[in-house]
Design a protein around this ligand. Structure first.
Ligand SMILES: *Cc1c(COP(=O)(O)O)cnc(C)c1O
Length: 221
C-alpha cells in the first residue's frame, strides 16, 4: 500500500519538486517500505521520535524536522538533522547555530512564515523576518544556512484562500531572495503543501512538499 501510494504521489510531482515523506507517528516498518521504494527524505515533528528513528533506520536517510521545535531540544537533533523547517523565532535560530557549532556542522534551516488565518500556526510576519535578517546578531550566526521559507495554509475548503496564502509565501521568498540572499544559490526552497493542498502549492511555486497521510494513511494520534 505505502509503496503504491508513494509512487502515485511521485508520479504527480514535477521533477523539480522535492518530496518530504512525513512519517510522524508511523512505525519504522512503514518507513522501511517507503525506503525500499527509493524514498530517502523523511519528515518528523517530535524530537524524541526523530532521534529514535534516526538511530534505528538506515544512515543514508535525510531527516527533516518539520514541526514546532523547542529551543531546549535542539541539541538532540543537531548531530544529524538535514533540514529544520519550522524556525519561527530568533532565539531558536541562535540555539541551532550554537549546537551546530558544537557539532562542527552547518545546519540548513527554513524561515517559517505565518500565512494562515489561524492563530494555532506559528511563524514570522514579513516585517519580523526582515528585521531579523537586517540585524547584526543574525550576521554573526556562522553555523546556520538559510535555505528558504516554509509555511502552512489555513485548513479550509476555500481554494482561493489557500491559493492566496501560498502565493504570499512565494512572494516573500522572492523578496527575501533578492534583498538578502541574492548571492546565496542555496537559498532555493519554498516548502509548502501537504496532503490536502499540495497541488495548489505546486501551482503557486512550491519546490518542496511535505506529504504524510496520502502516503502512509491517516494518523490515529
Ligand atoms: C503532519 C505535517 C505534514 C503532513 O500532513 P499530511 O496532511 O498528513 O500530509 C506536513 N507539514 C507539517 C508541518 C506537518 O506537521
Amino acid at each position: 500500500m505505502i509503496s503504491e501510494n508513494l509512487l502515485k504521489v511521485k508520479a504527480n510531482l514535477p521533477t523539480d519538486v522535492t518530496l518530504v515523506a512525513v512519517s510522524k507517528t508511523k512505525p519504522n516498518e512503514a518507513i522501511l517500505e517507503a525506503y525500499a521504494t527509493g524514498q530517502r527524505i523523511f519528515g518528523e515533528n517530535r524530537v524524541q521520535e526523530l532521534v529514535d528513528k534516526y538511530e534505528a533506520l538506515p544512515k543514508d536517510i535525510e531527516w527533516h524536522m518539520i514541526g514546532n521545535l523547542q529551543t531546549k531540544k535542539v541539541k538532540y537533533i543537531a548531530p544529524f538533522v538535514t533540514l529544520i523547517h519550522g524556525v519561527d523565532n530568533f532565539k531558536l535560530l541562535k540555539e541551532i547555530n550554537k549546537r551546530a557549532k558544537n557539532e562542527d556542522r552547518i545546519i540548513d534551516i527554513l524561515i517559517q512564515f505565518h500565512i494562515a488565518q489561524e492563530d494555532t500556526k506559528s511563524g514570522f510576519t514579513f516585517d519580523e523576518a526582515k528585521e531579523m535578517l537586517e540585524s547584526g546578531d543574525f550576521v554573526e550566526l556562522e553555523n546556520i544556512n538559510v535555505r528558504g521559507v516554509m509555511g502552512m495554509a489555513t485548513f479550509t475548503d476555500n481554494k482561493e484562500q489557500v491559493q492566496d496564502e501560498f502565493r504570499t509565501l512565494n512572494n516573500y521568498f522572492n523578496v527575501f531572495k533578492s534583498h538578502f540572499f541574492k548571492f546565496n544559490e542555496t537559498f532555493s526552497i519554498v516548502s509548502m503543501g501537504m496532503s490536502g493542498d499540495y497541488d495548489i502549492a505546486i501551482e503557486e511555486g512550491s519546490s518542496m512538499v511535505r506529504i504524510g497521510s496520502t502516503i502512509f494513511g491517516e494518523r490515529n494520534t
